[in-house]
Each structure stands twice: as C-alpha cells, then as structure tokens.
Design a protein around this ligand. Structure first.
Ligand code: GZL
Ligand code: ZN
Length: 311
C-alpha cells in the first residue's frame, strides 16, 4: 500500500498529528454552542485533526458516530454522553480497537472504569448544592406563602443525564435542611428554552402558588421568564428564579434582575481536552478526573462580569 507524501493511510494522519473523533450531544442550549466552539477552536490551536458530529440529543446518533470513528481508526475518541447509561457495548468496541476514550462534560454510569481514560467536567452535585444553599440563605418572608411554605417548581434537564440527576440531588440535599422549602412540581424541559417555557406554562396553570423556579440551565430559565411574563407576573420579583450555566443570555437576565442567582458551569473544556488527548496518545499518565473551576453570580456580579464574558 503506497502512502502519499502525507501518508494518510487509513490509520488516520501519520504525520504525527492526532486525529480525534468527537461525538457532541447536540446544539440544545447556549452552553452547548459555547462548548462546541471551545472544542473546535482548541483542536485547531493544537493542530489536532477533529472529526465532529452533532447527535441532536439522541443517544443512538452518538453511538453511531463513535462506531464510525472506530472504523476510521481515529487516534482518540471524546464525547459528552447525552445520558448516563447504555454505553458499555460501544465503549467495549473502542477498547477492543485500542482507541482511548475521553469523557467530557457529562459522565457515564458504568462499573467498568477501564472503558474510558478520564473525565473532564464539572461537579453537578456541587452545582445543585450551591443553588440550594442560595435559596436557604435568601428565602425571605415575601417568598413564604400563607401556609408557611416556599413553593419551588423545578425545570429538570434531559431525563437520565448526569447534570439533571446530580443538579436535582445536590439541590434537594441542601434544601432538606429547611422544612419551609418544598419542591411542589418537577418536570424535564430537556435543557431547551422552548422546553422550559412549555413546562412553566403548565406549572402556572396547575400549581396554585409558585414562589421559586429552579431551572437546571439558563435556557430553560429564560423560557420560564417568557411564560411568567405572559401570565402577567414579574420574574425575579413575584417569582424568584435560580439557574445553572451563566451563559451570556442568562447573565444578561440576571443583571436585569429577572433571574436572582446563577451557578456557573464552564463550557470551556476544549483546551483541557486537547491537552489530555496529546498525553493519552503519547501514552502518558493523565489524572482520571479533571474538574473545572467555576463560581456563582448575583445580579451585581453579573453586571460586572458581563463585559468580559467570552460566551
Ligand atoms: C452541563 C451540560 C448541560 C448544560 C446545558 O455540563 O451538560 O447541557 O448545563 C446543556 O445547558 O444543554
Ligand atoms: Zn502523513
């Protein structure tokens, strides 16, 4: 088999550059768009040949992409699993093909941790705890209704996804310390603005008194704001809103007082991913968990941070 000057044999580029196959969840939210940009730009900067796919939030599409990367014999596979379970078979295939797999953003729930090299992303339970702690610290008399309760409605992320499961867990763990705070309704809005709006419309119809919305991401919170306004109520005042992500549109609503508190979840994982990929392909040791640094924002802090926000 003759190799052309660049010798692009089927083993991917053999001119020392690395070929990565990345199977992205979709393009469901501002966070996801920023995450995709970070991955694509970082690959370019690192000189890594990136093959990229968008699964439109469907697990079977992500599995198909991973299988095609295995066929193409890429040097490394990376992906953000849309849900936690159902990955063992395809990850076994990658292992048999001796292609290392790096998880970014969302985790998988598997016994066999040899199926991936490392996980780069946030601690979603901690994000939920930060959201719950803000509510415990800031629930005030105006939020308590006549029967002494602070009624929370929850807009969950994608059913079965690590961020939805863990942000719920962290939030509930913390608010359980204050018997006044109750989650009176909880439903998935699938991390999209439209999903958040539709579920919030239903909550406003069915739930007598809503004091607080806890949305697992900014986009669903922004959808809830549309529904709250359409119902003639003031978001951030009549109904308090807590979200997670801190993307530009969320931070803008926060600075305007329509959202009360945002827990940051950084989408800028690209650089760390490319660094890990280079080490993994070179056979170097990498930590089996790389947690991203992130903070929280009040309206004042959002107003200050907005000018320099990259996404
Ligand atoms: C979190 C990420 C979530 C974001 C949502 O790391 O998986 O998915 O919070 C995105 O905005 O859709
Ligand atoms: Zn070559």
């Amino acid at each position: 088999m003759s190799l052309s000057a660049c010798g692009s044999s089927e083993e991917g580029a053999d001119d020392g550059s690395i070929t990565m196959g990345f199977a992205q969840v979709g393009a469901e939210s501002g966070w996801r768009t920023a995450n995709t940009t970070s991955i694509q730009e970082s690959a370019k900067e690192a000189g890594i040949d990136l093959k990229f796919s968008d699964a439109q939030q469907k697990q079977e599409n992500q599995i198909k992409s991973i299988r095609s990367y295995i066929q193409q014999k890429v040097d490394v596979i990376a992906f953000s699993p849309v849900v936690e379970t159902g990955w063992d078979a395809v990850l076994q295939e990658a292992k048999r093909a001796k292609i290392p797999v790096v998880l970014t953003d969302r985790a998988v729930d598997t016994e066999d941790t040899s199926l991936y090299v490392t996980f780069i992303g946030s601690d979603f339970v901690e994000e939920g705890e930060k959201a719950g702690q803000w509510l415990v610290d800031n629930a005030e008399a105006s939020d308590v209704d006549k029967d002494g309760a602070v009624n929370v409605v929850e807009l969950q992320g994608t059913t079965g996804s690590a961020p939805a499961l863990d942000r719920k867990k962290g939030f509930e763990d913390v608010i359980s310390s204050d018997s006044k705070i109750k989650i009176t309704a909880s439903q998935t809005g699938d991390f999209t603005r439209d999903g958040g709006k539709q579920v919030m419309e239903a909550f406003l119809q069915s739930t007598p008194k809503i004091d607080v919305v806890y949305a697992h991401n900014d986009d669903m919170g922004l959808g809830a704001i549309e529904a709250i306004k359409a119902a003639g109520k003031k978001p951030g005042t009549d109904i308090k809103i807590i979200t997670v992500d801190a993307v530009k549109d969320g931070m803008t609503a926060l600075a305007a007082g329509e959202i009360n508190f945002i827990v940051e979840c950084s989408p800028l994982l690209g650089e760390q991913l490319m660094d890990v990929a280079e080490k993994v392909v070179a056979g170097e040791e990498v930590p089996d968990l790389i947690v991203t640094e992130e903070t929280t924002f009040t309206p004042e802090q959002a107003a200050e941070a907005l000018p320099d926000r990259k996404y």
